[in-house]
Design a protein around this ligand. Sequence first.
Ligand code: ATP
Ligand code: MG
Length: 283
Amino acid sequence: MLRIAVQKSGRLSEDSFRLIKECGIHFNNGVGKLKASSHNFPMEFLLLRDDDIPGYVADGVADIGIVGLNVVEEKEKDLDIVVKLGFSKCRLSLAIPRNEEYAGIKMLEGKSIATSYPKILGSYLKKNNISSDIHEISGSVEIAPSIGLADAVCDIVSSGSTLLSNGLKEVETIFTSEAVLVGHKGLGAEKKKLLDQLLFRIRSVQNGSNNKYILLNAPNHKIEEIANLLPGMRSPTVLPLATEGWSSIHSVINEDRFWEIIEKLKEAGAEGILVVPIEKMIL
Ligand code: ATP
Ligand code: MG
C-alpha cells in the first residue's frame, strides 16, 4: 500500500485530487475524514494541512505527498522531489508600500520584513548581504505594513492583486514555486514499484495535456509538405477523403509549438483544421 499525503482543503487540493482521478485512482473522501483509501489502486490517502506534508513524508508516516515547492524549501526536510506537477504556480516576493520609491534590495537593510517563510527569506537576505529583522507571522502577511508591524513583506504572489489591494507593490521575486510530488528517502522495493506505476500514469496524463490531436484536410500534392510539419508520434495518419484528390491528415502536436505550426499548416494549404484534447498519451 502506498500512502500519499494530500492537502485536505486549500489551493492545492482540487488539482491534486483531479490528478489522482485522471490517473484512474478512485477514492471516497467523506466530509471531515482525514484518511481514505482507494478501491482500485493500493493507495491510502492522508488529508492534511500542507505545512505538515514535508514532515510526514520525511518521517515515513506517508510515503509520498503533493505539496508546494515553497513549503518543501521552507521546511528543510530531507525528501526526494520526484516530479514537478505544473499546477499551483506562484512566487515568493518582496513587496513594499506602493507610495515608496524602490531603490534596490539594499534599502531593506535594517528594516523589518513580515513573512511566513523566514528560512527562504533568511537565506535570500544572507546571499545578498543584507541584514533585516525577519518578523514571522503565519497569515495575513500583506496587512503588516499598514498596521505598522513591518516595513515590507515577503509573501506568496500569483496575480499580485492581493498586494495591490493592500497598498503594496512587488519589488523582487525570491523564489518560484509549483506543486511537486515528494517522496520518502529510502522507500522499500514494493512501495517503489507502486510509485513507478503511479509515475507512469502521471506522465501519461501530463503528456496528454501537453499535446493536442490535430485533424485537417489537404490536397494530395500537399501531403508531404504537411506531414513534415506534423511528425506526430511516429508519422501522421493519412486517410483518403470521399472527394477525389484530397486526404485527411491526423497527428499529434505539442502545445508549446501549437500556434506557430497552425500558421505554417494554413500557408501549406491545410483546410478544416480540428484540434482535439488528448486525455492520456503513452509514449
Ligand atoms: P493549509 O490550511 O493546508 O495550511 P494554507 O492556507 O497554508 O493551507 P494555501 O493558501 O491553500 O495554504 O496554499 C497552498 C499552496 O498553494 C501554497 O503553499 C503555494 O504553494 C500554493 N499557492 C498559494 N497561493 C497561491 C496562489 N495565489 N496561486 C497559486 N498557488 C498558490
Ligand atoms: Mg499551510
